[in-house]
Design a protein around this ligand. Structure first.
Ligand code: GLN
Length: 533
């Protein structure tokens, strides 16, 4: 059986537990280990699909169409192990299956309880991920929430049992806490209490990671070690990184976090290849000019709501030697303006992105933003809803159908250029065949690609011929269902646009700092080239 690392957090939320767990995963992979990342979410939702982006940030979609917590996006950016529905365990799923089994008579008349039935189900799900791929050597299991929360108790109890059953050399506990600075002093008390809360759950953390503005000094580490029962060498700092989150693996590498973890798990310290992460930081340092890229969306207040899109833009910048400065524009604000140019114009924008989203609010603003980018010849990338805005705008302003719309916004409209998908929600990976010579084909350099989907509406095929005849380029089709996957503004002819693409899929989910999504890479390149012209 593979080794397990339980990753829990204390003191408060938002300490970067997902990033720390991902960074550890990255370091273990850099030493040649096959790592699987698992997220346990204590909420009762079965998955993140129904959650508002305002509540939990972006919904990350896996190849098999699971709608998961955004932490899986972090895992995907830092590590390379496959992620699917199985890697995202929620209280909702666990109870769902225990209750179904109970209805099917599986428990043979016994009283069904949190311990052992819920905890057994959690343990079985964790084991299933590791067993699914026999190559798995280490699974990192992140437990959402904070120790002391009522909701996380069954997950921590499952962890306790696994440590007890498999032994401390096979299953370890890594705990993340906060060291606040008060009056210029590092305060360790909240950390002491947090570890105590873990001990009350029956878990003695093996490794402690303290989030602090700077590396903890020796006396502070000694004090923490003494009071928490954790070896001095196993007390680490998660520093506030100055440049990007992608520095985190290197800061842990310098502190030898991975070596201590391997030692505790009784695993060989195979030689490390951290070149890819060093190269990311070299490229960050080498970024020259700055591009101003607008993201026109509807969930603008919360950075996490478009997390993967923002990250993919950053990755695209890295590959082009440019810094991407995000200009967040609320689409609803555009609707109120008399002219889109009044809002968009003064920003000095080098590119515009319209990300995915659901519901009518802000849609008119997105359509205006697409029109602005098309007419002003500003490089443009529309993702999912952004592609819909592009198609509607083309219908209204180029084909003259002033009532063109998506059925999502006007279900009975006379020109539904975007219509309801036949199969309801299209989720997960689909293939797209790219049309030769298009910007999309040039970006990917391949004839067929696989990207992920999450949408209920799509390009209405009955308008395809008219759209194409009027110059809109259909650059990709889903071969089995014959559905439009991508459209482009014409780059040749009388009125060429420098680079305008809309895609039905979410290319942002597969973008990594070490390998940017080709789509985002080329979009940023187009923004740079257009600016230079
Ligand atoms: N709301 C649109 C749809 O359901 C777009 C979805 C999205 O952008 N992910 O098709």
């Amino acid at each position: 059986m593979s080794k397990l690392i339980f990753f829990s957090g204390g003191v408060c939320s938002s300490l970067g537990k997902g990033l720390a767990a991902s960074s550890l995963g990255a370091l273990l992979e850099s030493r040649g280990y096959h790592v699987r990342m698992i997220k346990c979410d204590p909420y009762i939702n079965v998955d993140a699909g129904m959650q508002s982006p305002y509540q939990h940030g972006e919904i990350y979609v896996t190849d098999d169409g699971a709608e998961t917590d955004l932490d899986l996006g972090n895992y995907a950016r830092f590590t390379s192990g496959p992620l699917s529905q199985a890697n995202s365990i929620t209280t909702g799923q666990v109870y769902n299956s225990v209750i179904s089994k109970e209805r099917e008579g599986h428990y043979q008349g016994r009283c069904v309880q949190v311990i052992p039935h819920i905890t057994d189900e959690i343990k079985a799900r964790i084991a299933a991920v590791a067993e699914e791929d026999p190559q798995t050597e280490i699974a990192i299991v992140e437990i959402g929430g904070t120790v002391g929360d009522i909701e996380s108790i069954p997950f921590l109890e499952a962890a306790r049992q696994l440590i007890h059953e498999s032994g401390r050399s096979n299953v370890i506990s890594v705990h993340l806490t906060l060291i606040p600075e008060v009056g210029g002093e590092h305060k360790t008390k909240p950390t002491q209490h947090s570890v105590k809360a873990m001990q009350e759950m029956g878990i003695q953390p093996d490794i402690l990671i303290c989030r602090a503005p700077m590396l903890l000094d020796v006396p502070t580490r000694e004090k923490i070690s003494l009071f928490t029962n954790i070896e001095y060498e196993a007390v680490f700092t998660s520093v506030d990184v100055e440049t990007t989150i992608y520095e985190l693996p290197l800061t842990f590498y310098e502190q030898k976090l991975d070596l201590v973890v391997l030692k505790k798990l009784g695993l060989e310290p195979r030689s490390a290849d951290i070149k890819p992460w060093v190269s990311v930081m070299d490229r960050v340092a080498a970024q020259k000019e700055k591009l101003r890229i607008a993201v026109v969306g509807k969930y603008m207040e919360l950075h996490d709501a478009y997390k993967s899109v923002y990250e993919a833009l950053f990755h695209g910048g890295l590959e082009n030697g440019t810094e991407v400065e995000l200009v967040k524009i609320d689409a609803a604000q555009l609707e109120e303006a008399e002219f889109a140019d009044a809002i968009m114009g003064p920003h000095g924008l080098d590119g515009v992105v319209i990300p995915g989203g659901f519901g009518q609010r802000g849609s008119r603003g997105m359509i205006l933003a697409a029109q602005w980018a098309r007419e002003k010849k500003v490089p443009f990338l529309g993702i999912c809803l952004g592609m819909h805005a592009m198609v509607i705008e083309w219908g209204r302003n180029v084909l003259g159908w002033t009532d063109a719309d998506s059925m999502e916004f006007s279900p009975e409209g006379p020109h539904p250029v975007i219509e309801a998908a036949r199969e309801g929600m299209r989720l997960g990976t689909y293939e797209a065949a790219l049309k030769e010579g298009t910007r999309l084909a040039r970006a990917y350099g391949e004839g067929t690609i696989k990207e992920r989907h999450r949408h209920r509406y799509e390009f209405a095929n009955r308008y395809r011929d008219q759209m194409a005849a009027s110059g809109l380029v259909i650059s990709a089709l889903e071969p089995d269902l014959d559905l439009v996957e991508s459209v482009e503004w014409p780059s040749q002819g009388e009125d060429p646009h420098p680079w305008g693409l809309g895609v039905q899929f979410h290319a942002e989910f597969k973008s990594r700092p070490t390998a940017a999504s080709p789509l985002f890479r080329d979009f940023v390149a187009a923004a740079r080239d257009t600016k230079a012209r």
